[in-house]
Design a protein around this ligand. Structure first.
Ligand SMILES: Cc1cc2nc3c(=O)[nH]c(=O)nc-3n(C[C@H](O)[C@H](O)[C@H](O)COP(=O)(O)O)c2cc1C
Ligand SMILES: [Fe+2]
Ligand SMILES: [Fe+2]
Length: 408
């Protein structure tokens, strides 16, 4: 693999990962992910963000470096914007290979370098506004962007080319489809990355949305021409596009999202599921966009992405041992952890004798800033009257969701 030139003396030396492994051990990446690493050359040479030794990532990196005439002994600085091991996993090996390189990270990053890799020699902590002069006009400036999504995160800016390296901010799942540049990908490819950036955002960054907005504000005054994140496309044609999209995603945490409904249901014996059809018919009568997921079969990564961008959530599940059906408990605790807030919500479900799911549902969701429609519970199978009610509730709910303005 050859390095890809991003700008004057700036190169991408990342890895395109294709694997059956789960990202963070949780999230499926059937279409892969990139781990982007970059080289900036002045008289001195800096690498910005490393890779985890995953699916041959390190050997790709070494080949790419070689293609631009750089060997590891030539590296002067490893700049670590973020200590999560997807960007630092091979630090120790590379540090030893390089011999002379100094590690540059944020103040909060320094103790993490020690904790993860046992390194404290030649580790320099920098703060917002600090610079690193590589010579030949290449001066890098650092900006703390804490909690996007770890506390130590910073961004690095090369003012000579206007290239911003913001690490996980503005990142996406999805391996490359040929070109790393936004302006060399088709509309269809952009649709794919749009979905994968929403999934990445909701799975990884979502709960830190207010910090994302702070970071966007802090970096706003810079004259940014290229955004080179640590996952996904490099934005040089229209860098404002991914910033705008991240802003919209972040605001989904603070207000109703899109006029869309995510329906999540689970059913042991089909009674709750019989009601689902009526509710869906009610939604369809209003023509509202809907995505339907069944637990535990559907993957939580995709449910979370759909829920993040939906103003409406509908849950269908029965009572189980005086509580909610367990796969739904798991899902709702994930939605709570990921700050899936400000939703309009409707719940329906079957029970056998005295119920209990609704009380449990109320307890688990009381802090989520959700607006609830009256729930619809029924004993055993739904009667025709219950089904008619379900249709009406679905229709009424969809009617409310339709009024919410589109953001994207
Ligand atoms: C393992 C198990 C535990 C249950 N616990 C309760 C319960 O605590 N309270 C209750 O009212 N019904 C309970 N039920 C009954 C179910 O809620 C009832 O059968 C319901 O109709 C199932 O809906 P479904 O067909 O959508 O799965 C339980 C059923 C099972 C199989
Ligand atoms: Fe990360
Ligand atoms: Fe990452």
């Amino acid at each position: 693999m050859k390095a890809t030139k991003i700008a004057d003396r700036v190169f991408w030396i990342g890895a395109n990962i294709s694997t059956n492994d789960l990202f963070e051990g949780i999230w499926p990446i059937p279409d892969g992910v990139t781990i982007n690493s970059y080289v900036v050359k002045g008289d001195k040479i800096a690498i910005i963000d490393l890779v985890r030794d995953w699916a041959d990532a390190t050997s790709y990196m070494l080949d790419e470096l070689k293609s631009i005439g750089i060997e590891f002994k030539d590296i002067d600085y490893f700049i670590l914007n973020h200590l999560e091991p997807d960007h630092t996993g091979n630090l120790r090996a590379l540090y030893e290979l390089s011999g002379k390189a100094e590690i540059i990270t944020s103040k909060k990053g320094k103790p993490l370098v020690k904790a993860y890799y046992g390194l404290s020699d030649k580790v320099r902590a920098v703060s917002s506004g600090d610079t690193l002069d590589l010579g030949q006009g290449k001066v890098l400036t650092f900006y703390d962007i804490p909690n996007v999504h770890w506390p130590e995160t910073m961004a690095t800016f090369d003012s000579s080319t206007g290239t911003l390296f913001p690490c996980d901010a503005f990142g996406s799942f999805g391996a490359l489809k040929g070109s790393i540049f936004d302006d060399e990908n088709s509309e269809e490819n952009h649709e794919f990355y749009e979905k994968e950036s929403l999934r990445y955002y909701s799975n990884i960054v979502g709960p830190f949305s207010n910090f994302v907005l702070k970071a966007i504000n802090a970096l706003g005054p810079l004259d940014i021409k290229i955004i080179a994140p640590s996952h996904g496309l490099v934005w040089r044609g229209d860098p404002g596009k991914i910033v705008e999209r991240y802003k919209v995603y972040a605001n989904y945490m603070n207000d109703y999202a899109e006029p869309k409904i995510t329906v999540i249901f689970g059913s042991m014996y089909g009674n709750t599921q019989r009601m689902l059809r009526s509710v869906l018919k009610g939604i369809a009568s209003e023509g509202v966009n809907v995505e339907i997921y069944k637990v535990p079969e559907a993957d939580k990564s995709y449910i979370l992405a759909s829920a993040w961008e939906s103003a409406g959530l509908i849950f269908g599940m029965p009572t189980y041992e005086y509580q909610m059906y367990p796969p739904m408990q798991d899902l709702i605790s994930l939605l709570a952890q990921k700050h899936v807030w400000h939703k309009k919500v409707f719940r329906f479900g079957s029970f056998g004798w005295s119920g209990g799911a609704q009380k449990h549902f109320d307890q688990m969701t009381e802090k989520l800033k959700w607006d609830f429609l009256e729930p619809l519970e029924f004993q055993g199978g739904p009667t025709d009257e219950d089904l008619d009610k379900g249709f009406e509730m679905g229709k009424e709910f969809a009617h409310e969701i339709k009024k919410i303005p589109k953001k994207l």
